[in-house]
Design a protein around this ligand. Structure first.
Ligand code: IMP
Ligand code: MG
Length: 172
């Protein structure tokens, strides 16, 4: 049986989101902010972060996948759902669940730049900094985490556990 060990509680998550949302609201006070949610993993984070940001923001969804059904990245990202928002001349903030090797994020940054965004920055809930394989700039990170596969609060393993309210280390 897979074992789940809680690493971030609902309260840990909420506290950091409040802090980061305050910083983002300040930094984007004079911008045309568009929040782009990287599906599927960031859907829960997007809902909480978006409601904590106090400046007007447009919301878009972009499906990108690089994992398939394992706990290791396939190393190649593909668009699974095209962006449903025109980001031409917008200040885009990518909302990600987790940045691991950085491959997915690099792909998303290039994609949004090609769509005519004025600026593209990144806010991630979780940052596995030590695992980076490609250089990507993470502008806002809620939690730095060591290696290990995490699930819950939007993150999955083979499409399971996304609806758990906190974040758990999955031991297979
Ligand atoms: P990267 O391309 O290696 O940076 O992987 C980033 C994407 O892989 C994230 O957006 C997640 O969807 C997924 N991912 C990476 N690490 C984990 C994890 O520990 N749990 C669940 N999904 C993960
Ligand atoms: Mg993701």
């Amino acid at each position: 049986m897979p074992e789940l060990i809680e690493v971030l509680s609902k309260e840990d998550i909420a506290r950091r989101i409040a802090d980061v949302a305050e910083t983002i609201s300040h930094d984007y006070r004079d911008s045309n902010l568009a929040l782009v949610c990287a599906l599927k993993g960031a859907f829960v984070f997007m809902a909480d972060l978006g409601r904590a940001i106090t400046v007007p923001a447009q919301i878009g969804f972009l499906g990108v996948s690089s994992y398939g059904k394992s706990t290791e990245s396939s190393g190649k990202a593909v668009v699974t759902k095209e962006l449903d928002l025109d980001v031409t001349d917008m200040d885009v903030l990518v909302v990600e669940d987790i940045v691991d090797t950085g491959l997915t994020l690099g792909f998303i940054m290039d994609y949004l730049t090609s769509k005519g965004a004025r600026s593209v920055k990144v806010c991630t809930l979780l940052d596995k900094k030590e695992r980076r394989a490609v250089e990507v700039q993470v502008d806002y990170a809620c939690h730095m985490i060591p290696d290990g596969f995490l699930v819950g609060y939007g993150l999955d393993y083979a499409e399971k556990y996304r609806n758990l309210p906190a974040i758990y280390h999955l031991k297979l």
